[in-house]
Design a protein around this ligand. Structure first.
Ligand code: FNR
Length: 383
């Protein structure tokens, strides 16, 4: 592919350069994938209002998320197994984000450990926690995130039980990949991926293997994880984690106004309106559709970020104009990583910033913080 102009181009390169099992892991939603699809198609229904003959010089996409300055209000969302899309994927993405000036979030289910990333990232990052039944493990990983200087804890609330993704089962998803004939054939054509992986030996699932009781190799990890998500996670457990962490707390995976109100009452620094990119409750509504009712429920008591379905700067603009103060991208940066490593993550961020800046100007706005509902045209009955 000669010229990369948009996130869709990065996605096609990612598809070509990454073993099918890992591309599909990124590109799928749960069950019928209705929510996964609608996250994207609903963004397309919200339209932008063009304005002309206004001074559009001196524009800025700079803003803040949880009081941290950002080059644009777009953070990298936590994505498990990022280090299987490219060797050292988490480190590459963290570096690209730090250089660009946006937050990177490291998943509990990352390949590189908190310590690996901290050693190589030029800026503090956010750490995402999945709450496990094993409280010793949870306590220890919170301490590790503190020691590593992580600047926020992102607590994910929408994955205490796993939604099923058909493709992952059909592909026999595992890390490292199982050496079945189709896998070997598929991987053989991904030469650069294989050479990088072989040349960058790391412990798989560095946050867990060797740190959780009885998990000493990746094969035991899959079983451990499936059994470990704590089904009893409730507000009292969240309070325990908040007290132990003691720093900025972001609650991720909220899709309901009532839950959002409770999160605001609880004192979360921010919430992320998210349906996990359509990977959990299939049939749930898209995040962009749910956003206004959630904003109305929390007022200005907590910051509201949105993810799920963002593939362009125009999508970011729509979320901000509705009232979100920040956004997160998952697949959009993973496509870049799978396509071109660290340079690809930078390319994804640059594409989104340029689209955001251009569209903002054409809407007659100069400052990303001034975007508002009047910049949008929304079909009646949409929300
Ligand atoms: C995710 N997501 C996710 N969330 C989380 O809190 N912890 C995790 O480990 C993961 N892992 C993960 C893997 C993959 C491959 C994807 C695509 C997503 C969800 C993620 O943080 C975010 O909510 C979505 O990716 C947002 O949707 P888009 O931007 O991918 O459409």
């Amino acid at each position: 592919m000669a010229v990369i102009t948009c996130i869709a181009d990065l996605k096609e390169l990612h598809r070509k350069r990454t073993p099918k099992m890992f591309f599909d892991y990124c590109e799928s939603g749960s069950y019928t994938e209705q929510t996964f699809r609608e996250n994207i198609s609903d963004f397309a229904q919200v339209r932008l209002r063009q304005k002309v003959a206004v001074d559009m010089s001196g524009r800025s996409t700079e803003s803040a998320m949880i009081d941290q300055k950002v080059a644009m209000p777009v953070a990298l969302a936590p994505v498990g197994m990022t280090g299987m899309q490219r060797a050292d994927g988490e480190i590459k993405a963290a570096r690209a984000a730090a250089k660009f000036g946006v937050p990177f979030t490291l998943s509990t289910m990352s390949i590189c450990s908190i310590e690996d990333v901290a050693a190589q990232s030029p800026a503090p990052f956010w750490f995402q926690l999945y709450v496990m039944r094993d409280e010793d493990f949870v306590d220890a990983i919170i301490e590790r995130a503190k020691t590593a200087g992580c600047s926020a804890l992102v607590l994910t609330l929408d994955l205490q039980i796993l939604g099923q993704r058909h493709k992952d089962l059909k592909n026999g998803l595992s890390a490292p990949p199982k050496l079945t004939l189709p896998n070997i054939v598929n991987m053989a054509t991904k030469v650069q991926w294989g050479l990088e992986m072989l040349g960058t030996p790391r412990r798989f699932f560095g946050n867990i293997v060797g740190h959780a009781k009885g998990v000493n190799d990746p094969s035991s990890l899959m079983t451990w994880t499936a059994e470990q998500f704590d089904p009893k996670l409730d507000w009292s457990k969240i309070a325990r984690i908040r007290d132990q962490w003691g720093g900025k707390l972001i609650l991720k995976g909220i899709l309901d106004a009532e839950d959002a109100r409770m999160a605001a009452d609880f004192g979360a620094d921010a919430i992320v309106v998210s349906n996990h990119g359509g990977r959990q409750l299939d049939g749930a509504l898209s995040t962009i559709r749910m956003l206004p009712s959630i904003l109305a429920a929390v007022g200005d008591r907590t910051e509201v970020f949105l993810d799920s379905g963002i593939r362009s700067g125009q999508d970011v603009l729509k979320a901000l104009a509705l009232g979100a103060t920040g956004t997160m991208i998952g697949r959009a940066f993973i496509y870049g990583l799978g396509a071109m490593g660290e340079a690809g993550v930078t390319a994804a961020l640059e594409i989104i910033r340029k689209e955001l800046d251009t569209s903002m100007a054409l809407c007659g706005e100069r400052d990303v913080k001034a975007l508002r509902r009047e910049n949008l045209l929304v079909p009646e009955g949409f929300f």
